[in-house]
Design a protein around this ligand. Structure first.
Ligand code: ZN
Length: 238
């Protein structure tokens, strides 16, 4: 029951974050259809369910609603559900680490969907928050590495990221590397490799048919952080 509540809370927060990224004037006025200005009623704003019932169209003008609304709610719902399950599965301390990592990856994934880029401060904030949670876990005597090692390895990875970004300017998304660092903090190399393996499999399942059917140009940048996020969720739940 608690897990379901956490999932629902997550979908609401995902919906809210999506609105913040979509409209700069989100703090005033009610939600409207971007196309016809129809003011949304409460029953048009139930996370996930409204989108499905409306078949992704505005109630009034039938204009397509951007599917990033649905994805944002789903991603953040999954983050909260998985965080909540981790508290039960791995205990409080690791539950905090998982929640910090998944929340920041989810925010980054939502933004990646919407704008095909991620602000640096979101992923850097995620790295710092997850590392802080990890330090608390090690202090409680539950980590298999020391605090010094944890901080040093993150700094070294960050340095490699900077050099890589400088050397292959624009070729590799700098945000993707920061997401790798968050996965590394989560559970060292094991967690990183497991999550990336899942991300690769999920990516093939979703994108290969689209590329084969030529719906998507291969040159079009694929949102990668949502895949990393999905990979992390799978690796934590198995
Ligand atoms: Zn409309």
């Amino acid at each position: 029951m608690l897990h379901i509540l956490m999932f629902l809370l997550g979908t609401c927060i995902g919906s809210f974050i999506n609105v913040i990224f979509s409209r700069k004037d989100w703090f005033r006025g009610r939600s409207r259809c971007d196309n016809c200005g129809y003011v949304l009623k409460w029953y048009d704003m139930i996370p996930l369910i409204s989108y499905i019932l409306l078949l992704g169209e505005c109630r009034k003008c039938k204009n397509k609603i951007d599917y990033s609304h649905f994805m944002s709610e789903l991603i953040m719902g999954a983050a909260f559900l998985c965080g909540s399950l981790s508290f039960e599965k791995y205990g409080v301390y690791y539950g905090i680490v998982v929640s910090a990592a998944l929340f920041s990856l989810a925010v980054a994934a939502i933004e990646d969907y919407k704008e095909q880029m991620v602000y640096n401060f979101i992923l850097n904030g995620g790295i710092i928050t997850t590392l802080a949670a990890k330090i608390i876990l090690i202090k409680a005597g539950m980590g298999n590495i020391t605090i010094t090692f944890a901080i040093l390895s993150v700094l070294i990875l960050k340095l490699i990221g900077w050099i890589g970004n400088f050397a292959f300017k624009g070729k590799i998304g700098a945000g993707d590397f920061d997401a790798f660092i968050i996965l590394y903090i989560l559970g060292e190399w094991q967690s990183l490799f497991l999550s990336l393996t899942f991300a690769g499999v999920i990516g093939c399942i979703i994108y290969l048919p689209q590329i084969i059917l030529k719906k998507k140009e291969r040159k079009e940048p694929l949102p990668f952080i949502p895949l990393i996020f999905a990979g992390a969720v799978c690796s934590l739940l198995i």
